[in-house]
Write a protein that binds this ligand. Structure first.
Ligand code: NAD
Ligand code: ZN
Length: 359
Protein backbone atom coordinates (compact mmCIF):
# COMPACT_ATOMS: atom_id res chain seq x y z
CA UNK A 1 0.00 0.00 0.00
CA UNK A 2 1.59 3.27 -1.16
CA UNK A 3 -1.16 5.69 -0.21
CA UNK A 4 -4.07 5.65 2.22
CA UNK A 5 -6.87 8.17 1.76
CA UNK A 6 -9.36 8.55 4.58
CA UNK A 7 -12.84 9.55 3.52
CA UNK A 8 -13.99 11.57 6.50
CA UNK A 9 -17.75 11.22 6.90
CA UNK A 10 -18.03 10.99 10.67
CA UNK A 11 -19.25 7.56 11.75
CA UNK A 12 -19.27 6.38 8.13
CA UNK A 13 -15.58 7.15 7.54
CA UNK A 14 -13.46 4.63 5.69
CA UNK A 15 -10.04 4.16 4.10
CA UNK A 16 -9.04 3.82 0.47
CA UNK A 17 -5.85 1.75 0.13
CA UNK A 18 -3.92 2.48 -3.08
CA UNK A 19 -0.88 0.89 -4.66
CA UNK A 20 0.38 -1.98 -6.75
CA UNK A 21 -0.23 -5.41 -5.24
CA UNK A 22 -3.04 -4.29 -2.92
CA UNK A 23 -5.17 -7.18 -4.15
CA UNK A 24 -2.58 -9.76 -3.09
CA UNK A 25 -2.88 -8.42 0.48
CA UNK A 26 -6.68 -8.25 0.37
CA UNK A 27 -7.18 -11.06 2.90
CA UNK A 28 -5.19 -9.26 5.58
CA UNK A 29 -7.05 -5.96 5.10
CA UNK A 30 -10.47 -7.58 4.95
CA UNK A 31 -9.86 -9.76 8.00
CA UNK A 32 -8.55 -6.82 10.04
CA UNK A 33 -11.97 -5.16 9.76
CA UNK A 34 -14.36 -8.10 9.71
CA UNK A 35 -12.53 -11.13 11.05
CA UNK A 36 -13.82 -14.41 9.67
CA UNK A 37 -17.31 -13.99 8.28
CA UNK A 38 -19.09 -15.13 5.13
CA UNK A 39 -17.98 -13.03 2.17
CA UNK A 40 -19.83 -12.77 -1.15
CA UNK A 41 -17.82 -11.62 -4.13
CA UNK A 42 -19.98 -9.85 -6.72
CA UNK A 43 -18.27 -9.31 -10.05
CA UNK A 44 -18.99 -8.90 -13.75
CA UNK A 45 -17.99 -11.74 -16.08
CA UNK A 46 -14.81 -10.02 -17.37
CA UNK A 47 -13.51 -9.10 -13.95
CA UNK A 48 -14.33 -12.47 -12.49
CA UNK A 49 -12.34 -14.23 -15.23
CA UNK A 50 -9.42 -11.78 -15.05
CA UNK A 51 -9.19 -11.35 -11.28
CA UNK A 52 -12.14 -12.69 -9.32
CA UNK A 53 -11.49 -16.38 -9.76
CA UNK A 54 -7.94 -16.05 -8.39
CA UNK A 55 -9.01 -13.70 -5.60
CA UNK A 56 -11.71 -16.11 -4.47
CA UNK A 57 -9.23 -19.02 -4.45
CA UNK A 58 -6.61 -16.96 -2.60
CA UNK A 59 -9.04 -15.81 0.12
CA UNK A 60 -10.47 -19.29 0.56
CA UNK A 61 -6.90 -20.57 0.84
CA UNK A 62 -6.34 -18.08 3.66
CA UNK A 63 -9.31 -19.46 5.55
CA UNK A 64 -11.88 -16.82 4.60
CA UNK A 65 -15.15 -18.17 3.26
CA UNK A 66 -15.85 -16.55 -0.13
CA UNK A 67 -18.61 -17.42 -2.58
CA UNK A 68 -18.98 -15.65 -5.92
CA UNK A 69 -21.91 -14.22 -7.85
CA UNK A 70 -21.08 -13.29 -11.44
CA UNK A 71 -23.24 -11.24 -13.80
CA UNK A 72 -22.79 -10.27 -17.49
CA UNK A 73 -20.40 -7.34 -18.06
CA UNK A 74 -21.78 -4.05 -19.35
CA UNK A 75 -24.10 -1.16 -18.55
CA UNK A 76 -27.08 -3.33 -19.66
CA UNK A 77 -26.66 -5.26 -16.40
CA UNK A 78 -27.29 -2.14 -14.30
CA UNK A 79 -30.98 -2.82 -13.82
CA UNK A 80 -33.54 -3.91 -11.24
CA UNK A 81 -33.83 -7.43 -12.67
CA UNK A 82 -30.12 -7.92 -12.03
CA UNK A 83 -30.59 -6.63 -8.48
CA UNK A 84 -33.37 -9.17 -7.96
CA UNK A 85 -31.26 -12.00 -9.41
CA UNK A 86 -28.26 -11.15 -7.24
CA UNK A 87 -30.28 -10.76 -4.03
CA UNK A 88 -32.08 -14.06 -4.63
CA UNK A 89 -28.74 -15.73 -5.26
CA UNK A 90 -27.51 -14.28 -1.94
CA UNK A 91 -30.46 -15.91 -0.17
CA UNK A 92 -29.77 -19.19 -1.94
CA UNK A 93 -26.10 -19.09 -0.90
CA UNK A 94 -27.08 -18.41 2.72
CA UNK A 95 -26.03 -14.76 3.09
CA UNK A 96 -27.29 -13.25 6.35
CA UNK A 97 -27.03 -9.94 8.22
CA UNK A 98 -23.43 -10.71 9.24
CA UNK A 99 -22.30 -11.34 5.66
CA UNK A 100 -20.08 -8.93 3.74
CA UNK A 101 -20.18 -8.12 0.05
CA UNK A 102 -17.00 -7.65 -1.98
CA UNK A 103 -17.64 -5.61 -5.15
CA UNK A 104 -14.93 -6.44 -7.68
CA UNK A 105 -15.11 -4.54 -10.98
CA UNK A 106 -15.68 -1.19 -12.64
CA UNK A 107 -18.33 1.42 -11.94
CA UNK A 108 -21.15 -0.85 -13.07
CA UNK A 109 -20.21 -3.54 -10.55
CA UNK A 110 -19.67 -0.99 -7.77
CA UNK A 111 -23.03 0.66 -8.43
CA UNK A 112 -24.98 -2.62 -8.62
CA UNK A 113 -23.20 -4.45 -5.78
CA UNK A 114 -23.25 -1.34 -3.57
CA UNK A 115 -26.98 -0.97 -4.18
CA UNK A 116 -27.54 -4.64 -3.37
CA UNK A 117 -25.49 -4.26 -0.16
CA UNK A 118 -27.56 -1.23 0.85
CA UNK A 119 -30.89 -3.05 0.57
CA UNK A 120 -30.17 -6.74 1.22
CA UNK A 121 -31.76 -7.51 4.62
CA UNK A 122 -31.98 -3.70 5.06
CA UNK A 123 -28.27 -3.29 4.50
CA UNK A 124 -25.11 -5.34 4.97
CA UNK A 125 -21.50 -4.07 4.85
CA UNK A 126 -19.55 -3.95 1.60
CA UNK A 127 -16.02 -3.47 0.34
CA UNK A 128 -15.22 -1.84 -3.00
CA UNK A 129 -12.46 -3.36 -5.12
CA UNK A 130 -12.50 -1.02 -8.15
CA UNK A 131 -10.75 -2.34 -11.28
CA UNK A 132 -11.18 0.49 -13.79
CA UNK A 133 -9.46 3.88 -13.54
CA UNK A 134 -12.91 5.49 -13.56
CA UNK A 135 -14.02 3.37 -10.63
CA UNK A 136 -10.78 4.05 -8.72
CA UNK A 137 -10.92 7.84 -9.16
CA UNK A 138 -14.65 8.46 -9.26
CA UNK A 139 -17.40 5.89 -8.71
CA UNK A 140 -15.85 4.21 -5.63
CA UNK A 141 -15.76 7.54 -3.76
CA UNK A 142 -18.86 9.32 -2.52
CA UNK A 143 -21.27 6.52 -1.76
CA UNK A 144 -23.66 6.81 -4.68
CA UNK A 145 -25.05 3.41 -5.66
CA UNK A 146 -27.86 2.42 -7.99
CA UNK A 147 -29.19 1.12 -11.26
CA UNK A 148 -30.78 2.43 -14.45
CA UNK A 149 -34.41 2.34 -15.53
CA UNK A 150 -35.55 2.11 -19.15
CA UNK A 151 -36.48 5.80 -18.67
CA UNK A 152 -32.94 6.88 -17.83
CA UNK A 153 -29.62 6.26 -16.13
CA UNK A 154 -29.16 6.04 -12.34
CA UNK A 155 -32.82 6.74 -11.57
CA UNK A 156 -33.00 4.27 -8.67
CA UNK A 157 -30.40 4.18 -5.93
CA UNK A 158 -29.12 4.94 -2.46
CA UNK A 159 -26.29 6.72 -0.68
CA UNK A 160 -24.34 3.95 1.01
CA UNK A 161 -20.67 4.05 2.00
CA UNK A 162 -18.33 1.08 1.71
CA UNK A 163 -16.32 0.01 4.78
CA UNK A 164 -13.07 -0.16 2.83
CA UNK A 165 -11.84 0.46 -0.72
CA UNK A 166 -8.97 -1.59 -2.15
CA UNK A 167 -7.53 0.12 -5.24
CA UNK A 168 -4.86 -2.04 -6.84
CA UNK A 169 -3.35 0.01 -9.67
CA UNK A 170 -1.71 -3.13 -11.09
CA UNK A 171 -5.06 -4.38 -12.36
CA UNK A 172 -5.27 -1.44 -14.77
CA UNK A 173 -2.69 -3.13 -17.04
CA UNK A 174 -5.41 -5.14 -18.80
CA UNK A 175 -7.79 -2.20 -19.16
CA UNK A 176 -8.60 -1.25 -22.79
CA UNK A 177 -7.37 2.24 -23.83
CA UNK A 178 -10.89 3.64 -24.16
CA UNK A 179 -11.69 2.60 -20.60
CA UNK A 180 -8.51 4.24 -19.37
CA UNK A 181 -9.48 7.45 -21.18
CA UNK A 182 -12.84 7.41 -19.41
CA UNK A 183 -11.02 7.71 -16.10
CA UNK A 184 -8.49 10.27 -17.34
CA UNK A 185 -11.22 12.75 -18.25
CA UNK A 186 -12.43 12.77 -14.62
CA UNK A 187 -8.83 13.13 -13.42
CA UNK A 188 -8.30 16.24 -15.58
CA UNK A 189 -11.61 17.53 -14.20
CA UNK A 190 -10.36 17.30 -10.58
CA UNK A 191 -7.27 19.35 -11.43
CA UNK A 192 -9.27 21.91 -13.39
CA UNK A 193 -11.93 22.51 -10.73
CA UNK A 194 -9.93 22.18 -7.53
CA UNK A 195 -6.16 21.95 -7.64
CA UNK A 196 -3.79 23.92 -9.88
CA UNK A 197 -0.77 21.98 -8.55
CA UNK A 198 -2.37 18.67 -9.46
CA UNK A 199 -3.20 20.09 -12.90
CA UNK A 200 0.48 21.05 -13.32
CA UNK A 201 1.50 17.53 -12.19
CA UNK A 202 -0.67 16.08 -14.96
CA UNK A 203 0.85 18.47 -17.52
CA UNK A 204 4.33 17.39 -16.49
CA UNK A 205 3.54 13.65 -16.29
CA UNK A 206 1.20 13.03 -19.20
CA UNK A 207 3.58 10.53 -20.77
CA UNK A 208 4.00 8.59 -17.52
CA UNK A 209 0.28 8.64 -17.15
CA UNK A 210 -0.36 7.18 -20.60
CA UNK A 211 2.37 4.58 -20.01
CA UNK A 212 0.79 3.61 -16.68
CA UNK A 213 3.94 4.34 -14.66
CA UNK A 214 3.06 3.01 -11.20
CA UNK A 215 4.23 6.09 -9.24
CA UNK A 216 2.33 8.43 -11.54
CA UNK A 217 -0.88 6.38 -11.57
CA UNK A 218 -0.82 5.76 -7.81
CA UNK A 219 -0.42 9.50 -7.15
CA UNK A 220 -3.21 10.32 -9.63
CA UNK A 221 -5.60 7.87 -7.95
CA UNK A 222 -4.66 9.17 -4.49
CA UNK A 223 -5.05 12.85 -5.34
CA UNK A 224 -8.30 12.26 -7.25
CA UNK A 225 -9.78 10.34 -4.31
CA UNK A 226 -8.69 13.08 -1.90
CA UNK A 227 -10.30 15.78 -4.00
CA UNK A 228 -13.58 13.94 -4.54
CA UNK A 229 -13.67 12.89 -0.88
CA UNK A 230 -13.09 16.49 0.23
CA UNK A 231 -15.80 17.87 -2.05
CA UNK A 232 -18.26 15.18 -0.96
CA UNK A 233 -17.49 15.71 2.75
CA UNK A 234 -17.81 19.50 2.47
CA UNK A 235 -21.01 19.11 0.47
CA UNK A 236 -22.72 17.37 3.40
CA UNK A 237 -22.38 20.75 5.14
CA UNK A 238 -22.43 23.25 2.28
CA UNK A 239 -25.30 21.90 0.24
CA UNK A 240 -24.46 22.22 -3.42
CA UNK A 241 -20.67 22.18 -3.61
CA UNK A 242 -20.89 18.71 -5.13
CA UNK A 243 -22.22 20.37 -8.27
CA UNK A 244 -18.70 21.42 -9.28
CA UNK A 245 -18.04 17.73 -10.00
CA UNK A 246 -20.34 18.28 -12.98
CA UNK A 247 -17.75 20.43 -14.76
CA UNK A 248 -17.81 19.41 -18.43
CA UNK A 249 -20.78 17.13 -17.81
CA UNK A 250 -23.73 19.34 -18.82
CA UNK A 251 -22.55 19.58 -22.43
CA UNK A 252 -20.79 16.21 -22.10
CA UNK A 253 -23.94 14.27 -21.26
CA UNK A 254 -25.72 15.94 -24.19
CA UNK A 255 -22.88 14.97 -26.55
CA UNK A 256 -22.99 11.37 -25.28
CA UNK A 257 -26.74 11.13 -25.82
CA UNK A 258 -26.63 12.94 -29.14
CA UNK A 259 -24.03 10.47 -30.47
CA UNK A 260 -26.23 7.56 -29.36
CA UNK A 261 -23.44 6.70 -26.93
CA UNK A 262 -20.90 6.02 -29.71
CA UNK A 263 -18.85 8.74 -28.00
CA UNK A 264 -17.77 7.45 -24.58
CA UNK A 265 -18.48 9.29 -21.34
CA UNK A 266 -14.84 10.33 -20.96
CA UNK A 267 -14.53 11.62 -24.51
CA UNK A 268 -17.78 13.55 -24.16
CA UNK A 269 -16.69 15.06 -20.83
CA UNK A 270 -13.35 16.07 -22.36
CA UNK A 271 -15.16 17.90 -25.17
CA UNK A 272 -17.60 19.31 -22.62
CA UNK A 273 -14.78 20.66 -20.46
CA UNK A 274 -13.22 22.46 -23.45
CA UNK A 275 -16.65 23.89 -24.34
CA UNK A 276 -17.24 25.05 -20.75
CA UNK A 277 -13.72 26.51 -20.76
CA UNK A 278 -14.50 28.42 -23.96
CA UNK A 279 -17.73 29.79 -22.47
CA UNK A 280 -15.73 30.85 -19.39
CA UNK A 281 -13.25 32.64 -21.63
CA UNK A 282 -15.98 34.34 -23.70
CA UNK A 283 -17.49 35.65 -20.47
CA UNK A 284 -14.16 37.12 -19.44
CA UNK A 285 -13.76 34.72 -16.51
CA UNK A 286 -10.92 32.58 -17.82
CA UNK A 287 -7.64 33.81 -19.34
CA UNK A 288 -6.79 32.62 -22.85
CA UNK A 289 -3.59 31.11 -21.49
CA UNK A 290 -5.46 28.93 -18.96
CA UNK A 291 -7.95 27.87 -21.62
CA UNK A 292 -5.02 26.78 -23.80
CA UNK A 293 -3.55 24.79 -20.91
CA UNK A 294 -6.86 22.95 -20.46
CA UNK A 295 -7.14 22.15 -24.16
CA UNK A 296 -3.50 21.07 -24.41
CA UNK A 297 -3.68 18.74 -21.42
CA UNK A 298 -6.78 17.09 -22.87
CA UNK A 299 -4.96 16.63 -26.19
CA UNK A 300 -1.74 15.41 -24.51
CA UNK A 301 -3.68 12.72 -22.65
CA UNK A 302 -5.16 11.50 -25.93
CA UNK A 303 -8.69 12.78 -25.45
CA UNK A 304 -10.75 14.66 -28.05
CA UNK A 305 -11.45 18.40 -27.66
CA UNK A 306 -13.91 19.15 -30.45
CA UNK A 307 -17.36 17.83 -31.30
CA UNK A 308 -17.07 15.29 -34.13
CA UNK A 309 -18.55 16.37 -37.45
CA UNK A 310 -21.12 13.55 -37.26
CA UNK A 311 -22.77 15.16 -34.23
CA UNK A 312 -24.98 18.19 -34.78
CA UNK A 313 -24.58 21.16 -32.40
CA UNK A 314 -28.32 21.84 -32.67
CA UNK A 315 -29.10 18.33 -31.47
CA UNK A 316 -26.72 18.78 -28.55
CA UNK A 317 -28.64 21.93 -27.64
CA UNK A 318 -31.94 20.03 -27.79
CA UNK A 319 -30.49 17.44 -25.39
CA UNK A 320 -29.34 20.14 -22.96
CA UNK A 321 -32.82 21.71 -23.02
CA UNK A 322 -34.31 18.27 -22.36
CA UNK A 323 -31.98 17.89 -19.37
CA UNK A 324 -33.01 21.37 -18.22
CA UNK A 325 -36.69 20.43 -18.33
CA UNK A 326 -35.99 17.24 -16.35
CA UNK A 327 -34.25 19.35 -13.72
CA UNK A 328 -37.07 21.86 -13.32
CA UNK A 329 -36.08 24.50 -15.85
CA UNK A 330 -32.62 25.51 -14.69
CA UNK A 331 -29.26 24.22 -15.77
CA UNK A 332 -26.38 25.40 -13.66
CA UNK A 333 -23.17 25.59 -15.61
CA UNK A 334 -19.88 25.03 -13.89
CA UNK A 335 -17.42 27.54 -15.36
CA UNK A 336 -13.76 28.23 -14.63
CA UNK A 337 -12.25 31.42 -13.25
CA UNK A 338 -8.79 29.95 -13.58
CA UNK A 339 -7.14 26.54 -13.28
CA UNK A 340 -8.43 25.12 -9.98
CA UNK A 341 -11.15 27.74 -9.49
CA UNK A 342 -14.84 27.37 -10.39
CA UNK A 343 -17.95 29.50 -10.51
CA UNK A 344 -21.48 28.13 -10.91
CA UNK A 345 -23.92 30.15 -12.99
CA UNK A 346 -27.34 29.72 -14.60
CA UNK A 347 -26.48 32.61 -16.93
CA UNK A 348 -25.45 30.60 -19.95
CA UNK A 349 -27.57 31.11 -23.06
CA UNK A 350 -28.25 28.76 -25.97
CA UNK A 351 -26.10 31.06 -28.11
CA UNK A 352 -23.19 30.74 -25.67
CA UNK A 353 -23.42 26.96 -25.85
CA UNK A 354 -23.80 26.85 -29.62
CA UNK A 355 -20.79 29.10 -30.07
CA UNK A 356 -18.70 26.96 -27.70
CA UNK A 357 -19.28 23.73 -29.59
CA UNK A 358 -19.30 25.01 -33.15
CA UNK A 359 -15.50 25.17 -33.30
P1 NAD B 1 -17.69 -0.84 -16.32
O1 NAD B 1 -17.84 -1.22 -14.92
O2 NAD B 1 -18.70 -1.32 -17.28
O3 NAD B 1 -16.25 -1.31 -16.83
C1 NAD B 1 -15.89 -1.09 -18.18
C2 NAD B 1 -15.45 -2.39 -18.87
O4 NAD B 1 -14.14 -2.74 -18.43
C3 NAD B 1 -16.34 -3.59 -18.55
O5 NAD B 1 -16.47 -4.37 -19.70
C4 NAD B 1 -15.53 -4.34 -17.50
O6 NAD B 1 -15.82 -5.69 -17.47
C5 NAD B 1 -14.13 -4.09 -17.97
N1 NAD B 1 -13.09 -4.14 -16.95
C6 NAD B 1 -13.17 -3.73 -15.66
N2 NAD B 1 -11.99 -3.84 -15.06
C7 NAD B 1 -11.12 -4.33 -15.97
C8 NAD B 1 -9.74 -4.63 -15.95
N3 NAD B 1 -8.98 -4.41 -14.86
N4 NAD B 1 -9.17 -5.12 -17.09
C9 NAD B 1 -9.91 -5.29 -18.20
N5 NAD B 1 -11.22 -5.00 -18.29
C10 NAD B 1 -11.82 -4.53 -17.18
O7 NAD B 1 -17.60 0.75 -16.53
P2 NAD B 1 -16.86 1.92 -15.72
O8 NAD B 1 -16.41 2.88 -16.74
O9 NAD B 1 -15.88 1.41 -14.76
O10 NAD B 1 -18.05 2.56 -14.88
C11 NAD B 1 -19.15 3.18 -15.53
C12 NAD B 1 -20.34 3.15 -14.62
O11 NAD B 1 -20.00 3.85 -13.42
C13 NAD B 1 -21.57 3.80 -15.18
O12 NAD B 1 -22.68 2.97 -14.98
C14 NAD B 1 -21.71 5.08 -14.36
O13 NAD B 1 -23.05 5.48 -14.20
C15 NAD B 1 -21.09 4.67 -13.06
N6 NAD B 1 -20.58 5.78 -12.25
C16 NAD B 1 -20.95 5.85 -10.95
C17 NAD B 1 -20.48 6.87 -10.15
C18 NAD B 1 -20.85 6.91 -8.69
O14 NAD B 1 -20.58 7.92 -8.03
N7 NAD B 1 -21.43 5.87 -8.16
C19 NAD B 1 -19.62 7.85 -10.68
C20 NAD B 1 -19.25 7.74 -12.02
C21 NAD B 1 -19.74 6.71 -12.80
ZN1 ZN C 1 -18.28 11.64 -15.31
Amino acid sequence: VWHTVNVDLGDRSYDILIGPGVLSEAGKHIESIFGKRDFFLISDSNCYDLLGHDLEAMLNGEGLSVKSIVFPAGEQSKNLKQVEDITRRLVELGADRQSVILALGGGVTGDVAGFVASIYMRGIPFIQIPTTLLAQVDSSVGGKTGVDLPEGKNLVGTFYQPRLVLSDIGVLATLPQKELNNGLAEVIKYGAIWDADFFAFLEKNHEGCKNLEPEVIAYIVKRSCEIKAQVVALDEKEGDLRRILNFGHTIGHAIEASSNFSITHGEAVAIGMVAAGRISMEKGLLAQDDFNRLTNLIKDLGLPHTVPASTSPEDILVKIRHDKKAKGGRVHFVLLEGIGKTVITPEVTDEDVLKSISG
